[in-house]
Design a protein around this ligand. Structure first.
Ligand code: F6P
Length: 545
């Protein structure tokens, strides 16, 4: 047994879970008239209804004791103070500095990092404004109409998600595209629609060594130079976002066209840095400021609110409650907003690359579950695809429903239906329909005998599926900022609960290294494939062109 699973807080939670495991949300709501009101929290413009969770006051008390035991507040405070919380790599994790008002000093290793943060942000603003106004043009003097962000993982998912989410703040005359996959179909499909004279590329890579991004950037440069007939065109059409200034120089991008950031910004937490440049071009500098302000408001809440009223703490604790004590293996994110269609993918990297680990901070193998598989897609589409399993499958799957009170469009009927479905689904998941209820309905419709039995069994819903409903007033820049920061801090909370370092990602390295070796073997004149296992060798032979 590890110190964690052997600890008093953990043991008490296990015992309490056993005592309430069969308790139904129906009963809790029936006996607690004020349950909904008592279980909601608000922060940074977000309203969260946690009442449809399988917890009573004692469970929350014990979960808070676990948070205290695991020093959640200590990890939070050390992260905000710039301590080297990413111990394996000897680094701070200071994405919160990127959305901190620039006048507030933040000293790390004797240096105030805020002037540099402010300087890059100011350069991003100037550049974005110049591109958007047409002051900054392409090689032939034509105004940019399209921006292509070449990046992958954190250098793609966050800004792409923000660009989609805040599309109403964008402009029709400046389209922003994201190309990530090394599969040339991604780049080729994008370029086929673009005019080289009016296309700006952002090569976005923290390390500037990521093979997918560098390969796409090389191909895009060839496309541009071939079309414009002048290698000097690269200077006007390529900018870079990176911490690797040697790498950007070697690629041929002048330092004036490089937007830097720092090794204390993790890739999956980097959308607030220069990595957000494509998003800033899409939505404009003022909306980008709003995004930062919303995230900062969530930071302030996370720092100041007591554990019991703290939104990221509650989300993290409830996630651990189901993962560790109910055996939940997955967690669904179900935005009732088409513009949040990319949110689950961003959160997948955020949560799964951070806490998808089985070795704790001291290098010991965990004997408890860590990050569940996160997945999801926008409602109402999911209702007509996978909700069947949520309602009548065999697994406990906690989910987050996300909805805005006001839409950006002028179609009230659509929005009413969207809201109705969002609320109805979480109601159905929580309360279900008993076999007796199903039977009564069927009898009223004339069913009898064996058919009645069969249909009653099939038309009953167990319910008791836990959900959180998150409500924003409108999906505007501050709301998106606050929402994403909420999940970032949930990750920090859970990392403390599970004693993990959420800021490294060694698990991505092995496949990258093996791909280099397999890549060599795929060359037509490759040497014998010594060292490859039988299966990989067979597949190489089949796939070698
Ligand atoms: O391989 C995983 C990863 O390192 C992610 O953590 C990161 O977001 C992504 O690759 C892209 O990295 P980079 O920005 O250095 O190209």
């Amino acid at each position: 047994m590890s110190a964690l699973t052997d600890s008093p807080a953990w043991q008490a939670l296990e015992a309490h879970q056993r005592s309430i495991a069969t308790h139904h949300l129906r009963d809790w709501f029936a006996t607690e008239p004020d349950r909904a009101q008592r279980h909601c929290l608000q922060a940074a413009g977000l309203f969260a209804d946690f009442s449809k969770h399988r917890v009573d006051d004692r469970a929350l008390e014990l979960l808070h004791a676990l948070a205290v035991q695991q020093d959640v507040e200590g990890w939070r405070d050390r992260m905000f103070a710039g301590a080297a919380v990413n111990a394996a790599e000897g680094r701070a994790a200071l994405h919160v500095a990127l959305r901190r008002p620039t006048g507030w000093p933040l000293v790390v290793d004797g240096t105030d990092v805020m002037p540099a943060v402010g300087e890059v942000l100011a350069r991003m603003r100037t550049f974005s404004a110049a591109v958007r106004s047409g002051d900054r043009c392409g090689h032939t003097g034509r105004r940019f109409t399209d921006v292509v962000n070449l990046g992958i993982g954190g250098s793609d998912l966050g800004p792409a998600m923000v660009t989609d989410a805040l599309q109403p703040y964008g402009r029709a005359d400046l389209r922003v595209h994201y190309v990530s996959n090394v599969d040339a179909a991604d780049l080729a499909t994008c370029l086929a629609r673009l005019d080289p004279e009016t296309t700006l590329f952002i090569v976005c890579s923290k390390t500037f060594t990521t093979i997918e991004t560098i390969t796409n950037a090389d191909t895009a440069r060839q496309w541009l130079v071939a079309a414009l007939g002048d290698p000097r065109a690269t200077g006007a059409h390529f900018v870079a976002v990176s911490t690797n200034l040697d790498g950007t120089r070697q690629f041929g991008i002048e330092s004036d066209n490089v937007f830097g950031f720092w090794d204390w910004v993790g890739g999956r937490f980097s959308l607030w840095s220069a990595v957000g440049l494509a998003a800033m071009l899409a939505i404009g500098p003022d909306a980008f400021d709003g995004l930062l302000a919303g995230a900062h408001a969530m930071d302030a809440h996370f720092l100041q609110a007591p554990l019991e009223r703290n939104l990221p703490v509650r989300m993290g604790l409830l996630g651990a409650w189901y993962a560790n004590f109910f055996g939940a293996a997955t967690h669904a994110v179900l935005p009732y907003d088409q513009r949040l269609q990319r949110l689950p993918a961003h959160l997948q990297q955020l949560e799964m690359e951070s806490n998808g680990k089985s070795v704790d901070r001291e290098g010991r193998r965990t004997d408890y579950a860590t990050c569940p598989v996160l997945w999801g897609s926008p409602g109402t589409n999911g209702q007509h695809a996978f909700y069947q399993l949520l309602h009548q499958g065999t697994r406990l799957i906690p989910s987050d429903f996300i909805i805005a009170r006001q839409p950006h469009h002028d179609h009230p009927l659509h929005h009413r239906l969207l809201v109705a479905n969002c609320l109805a689904q979480s109601e159905a998941l929580a309360f279900g329909k008993t076999e007796a209820q199903a039977r009564a309905e069927l009898v009223a419709r004339g069913a009898t005998g064996e058919r009645l039995d069969l249909l009653a069994a099939n038309q009953s819903f167990a319910g008791n599926q836990p959900t959180t409903t998150l409500v924003v007033e409108r999906l505007d820049p501050p709301a998106v900022g606050a929402l994403v920061a909420l999940y970032e801090h949930k990750v920090l909370v859970q990392s403390a609960l599970w004693n993990l370092n959420p800021f490294d990602q060694w698990g991505v390295e092995l496949g990258k290294k093996l791909a280099l070796r397999v890549g060599e073997c795929l060359l037509p004149a490759a040497a014998p494939m010594a060292g490859l296992d039988g299966s990989t060798r067979m597949l190489v032979e089949r796939l070698r062109s």
